[in-house]
Design a protein around this ligand. Structure first.
Ligand code: NAD
Length: 249
């Protein structure tokens, strides 16, 4: 039980096969009370109810600072405190450079990058006051290797931005007892690809993975658990690869 007595807010944790949902389940198994924050409010509530009555589901659009603030207030009203924030919500689009229009760019940057800023800003004052907190942010191998897996260049740019933002947050918030880290998964089998990832693409991707399999949501959940718990008490500004060896650097 690595998170006994702890409380966690996880964005993008409603989708049934998603990384956030698997993480919420693992955190609950480790004793945490979990707030599931998602654009899909009904899904968030249903996911929380499935975990048990001590957990909460809250509608939240991470691209909207007011929605983030309202969600943070709701988490604190429900739990009285928040020890852990996972900036996990994200979207992707399989576009090539010349196909990216301003709307695609805006949407992908808003959810994946601005969302990390806005949701962190909503929780940081509380964490600063308590002089404790662990924030983990979702990046991607796509940030490190320039895409080429599924998401387009705008996705790579957004996820690379997350690395810079999180490292700067780690520097600024360390003196307040708040750690900030990132995870960089390779291809994880969830529904984010919206059925557009073909079997041929899977076979091709697998050829480049030394561990010879695609990732599971639980693979990332385990890393989030490490970063959320005291096992990583002296880890901040770090980037943890969860890619089966797809990128070794
Ligand atoms: P998913 O689609 O299952 O989950 C994403 C969740 O984010 C959904 O529940 C969705 O409703 C929510 N969401 C979308 N926009 C939102 C918004 N504006 N506000 C709040 N919630 C919003 O996908 P997943 O694969 O579990 O992805 C989780 C994170 O992992 C994403 O940031 C994704 O970019 C990242 N990631 C995924 C992979 C992969 O291969 N699946 C690899 C690297 C990184």
């Amino acid at each position: 039980m690595l998170l006994q007595g702890r409380t966690a807010a996880i964005s993008g944790a409603a989708s049934a096969r998603g990384i956030g949902r698997a993480t919420a389940k693992l955190f609950a198994e480790h004793g945490a009370r979990v707030a599931i924050l998602d654009l899909d409010e009904a899904g968030a509530k249903a996911a929380a109810a499935e975990l048990g009555p001590q957990h909460v589901g809250i509608g939240c659009d991470v691209t909207d600072p007011a929605s983030c603030k309202a969600a943070a207030d709701a988490v604190l009203a429900a739990f009285g405190q928040c020890d852990i924030l996972l900036n996990n919500a994200g979207i992707t689009q399989p576009l090539k450079l010349m196909e990216i229009g301003p709307e695609n760019w805006g949407k992908v940057l808003d959810v994946n990058l601005s969302g990390v800023l806005y949701l962190s800003q909503a929780f940081v004052p509380h964490m600063k006051e308590r002089r404790r907190g662990s924030i983990a942010c979702m990046s991607s191998v796509s940030a490190q290797r320039g895409g080429g897996i599924f998401g387009g260049p705008h996705y790579s740019a957004a996820k690379a931005g997350v690395l810079g933002l999180a490292k700067a947050m780690a520097r600024e918030l360390g003196p307040f007892g708040i750690r900030v880290n990132c995870v960089t998964p390779g291809l994880i089998q969830t529904d984010i690809t919206g059925g557009k990832l073909t079997d041929e693409m899977r076979v091709e991707i697998r050829k480049g993975i030394p561990l010879d399999r695609l990732g599971e949501a639980s693979d990332v959940a385990g890393c989030y658990l490490f970063l959320a718990s005291d096992l990583s008490a002296y880890v901040t500004g770090a980037v943890i690869d969860v890619n089966g060896g797809m990128l070794i650097h």
